[in-house]
Design a protein around this ligand. Structure first.
Ligand code: FES
Ligand SMILES: [Fe+2]
Length: 459
């Protein structure tokens, strides 16, 4: 075990996540047996990082323009000429599948007088500006200039579309506006290694929602980065979620943090403890939903709810995908194993949670966020790759329960989170100068997010 600060370790729950793994069925990946608590550091956040226009502009200028960010999935632009518009605050990009089937990204701005080139996803042969008709190849080379005699002074070669860097990992297309940025594979730190078992390149978008929320993008992202709220916010709906978590930030990590949240244990400090049988009953009402596996069985003496749930999830996974993979450990079958990639991506390891979450400012409004949820599912073994699902557009008052992008029980849980989020904006503005205080361990990933953000802003 690596210890950055023994005082932080002392703050962990009496039962640690590692003790839960001790009793689990393996094989448990070696990296999951490590724990890397974040040491002491800044425990307070100024409200203005959420509420100030100036702070938002600094993020735009010094952070968003320097980081790798996931713009889309490769499968969203499979054919030559497929084009996707990706927006980020004031910035707008077009992501294009070129003639040689590689992917390029350009600023979505005409190099004549700056008109936005494309407003929606499409398939095209050339990129043509609707204003005066300048056009470019899919590679960004200037092809056509109207009234050529009038542009004799213009160097055609220097009027290519302005390109941004593109790199691909596991089917995710990342872009970076900074020509001097580190390579994506360096930026991703341990993410590709620890999520290798997810085989994202073999998944497709089975559902995709895009939710406009009345909150700063960090407020929405942070609501997923700690388990402290689980008992109060989700206590009754998700009773088989324990209060045993591990939060990790590896020494030197800037972009990646993770947390492991144990499921299916009859313990709870801030909520009534459940019997093993009560956990199974709720699991059947929620995850298994009674349909695929029938009514909840009576647990036989000596069997645990956690093992039973993991067995059901492993079996369901095999039946659904037809994929013969090594049996995932209990933890990888049922726990909430969550990773975040700075600045705005959240992914889950294992087989129980397929969503990939992305958060970004909505236009140039620091009070509004676009929350994308991609539900990524294995392409059936031996089957064709299904086309990506159409995007479900959600407004602030739409619910996940009604949207159908998540299983019913999980949609209900997300709606509980959204209720908190909608009340954060007003609450944050209700007082001027009262710094927010974070917990040492549960909220360590949020502390790390802000430390990394400040390191970009202070460059
Ligand atoms: S602004 Fe695009 S062609 Fe003139
Ligand atoms: Fe939550």
């Amino acid at each position: 075990m690596s210890e950055q600060d023994s005082s932080a370790c002392a703050l962990q729950r009496p039962i640690s996540y590692q003790q839960v793994l001790d009793a689990d069925m393996g094989p448990i990946p070696a990296d999951m047996r490590e724990s890397h608590p974040l040491g002491a550091g800044e425990m307070h956040i100024d409200r203005h990082v959420y509420t100030s226009v100036d702070f938002h502009q600094r993020e735009m200028d010094k952070m968003w323009s320097k980081v790798w960010q996931m713009a889309c999935r490769e499968e969203q632009i499979p054919e030559v000429g497929d084009l996707l518009v990706y927006e980020l605050g004031n910035y707008s990009f077009i992501i294009v599948r070129t003639e040689d089937r590689s992917i390029k990204a350009f600023f979505n701005s005409c190099r004549h007088r700056g008109r936005k080139l494309c407003s929606e996803d499409t398939n095209i042969r050339e990129i043509r500006c609707p204003s005066h008709g300048f056009s470019w190849s899919l590679d960004g080379e200037l092809l056509h200039v109207p009234a050529k005699w009038d542009f004799e002074h213009m160097d055609k070669a220097s009027r290519r579309l302005l390109e941004v860097k593109v790199a691909i990992w596991a089917g995710f297309v990342f872009i970076n506006m900074d020509p001097a940025s580190e390579p994506l594979e360096v930026y991703l730190e341990v993410l590709p290694t620890e999520l290798e078992g997810n085989r994202y390149q073999s998944k497709y978008i089975a559902a995709h929602s895009q939710h406009i929320l009345p909150a700063n993008w960090k407020t929405v992202m942070e609501s997923f980065m700690e388990g402290l709220h689980a008992a109060e916010t989700h206590g009754h709906a998700w009773a088989h979620l324990s209060d045993i978590l591990q939060y990790d930030i590896r020494p030197g990590a800037r972009h990646v943090s993770r947390s492991f949240h144990a499921v299916g244990l009859p313990v709870g400090e801030d909520k009534p403890a459940l019997s093993e049988q009560q956990i199974i009953d709720q699991f059947h009402r929620n995850v298994a939903n009674g349909r695929a596996v029938g009514p909840a069985p009576r647990l036989v003496e000596g069997t645990t709810a956690r093992r039973y749930m993991a067995d059901v999830m492993r079996l369901q996974h095999k039946l659904k995908t037809g994929i013969d993979c090594d049996d995932p450990s209990d933890a990888e079958a049922i726990d909430v194993l969550q990773y975040s990639l700075f600045p705005n991506l959240i992914m889950f390891r294992g087989i129980s949670l397929p969503p990939v979450l992305r958060f970004r400012p909505n236009k140039n409004d620091h009070n509004s966020c676009i929350f994308d949820l991609f539900y990524l599912v294995d392409v059936p073994k031996g089957g064709m790759r299904p086309a990506p699902a159409a995007t479900i557009h959600m407004g602030p008052d739409d619910t996940y329960e009604a949207a159908g992008v998540l299983p019913d029980w999980l949609g209900y849980i997300y709606d509980q989170d959204m209720d908190n989020i909608k009340n954060m904006r007003e609450g944050l503005k209700a007082v001027n100068d009262d710094p927010l205080v974070l917990s040492a361990y549960h909220e360590s990933r949020i502390r790390h997010l802000h430390a990394t953000l400040m390191s970009y802003l202070e460059r």
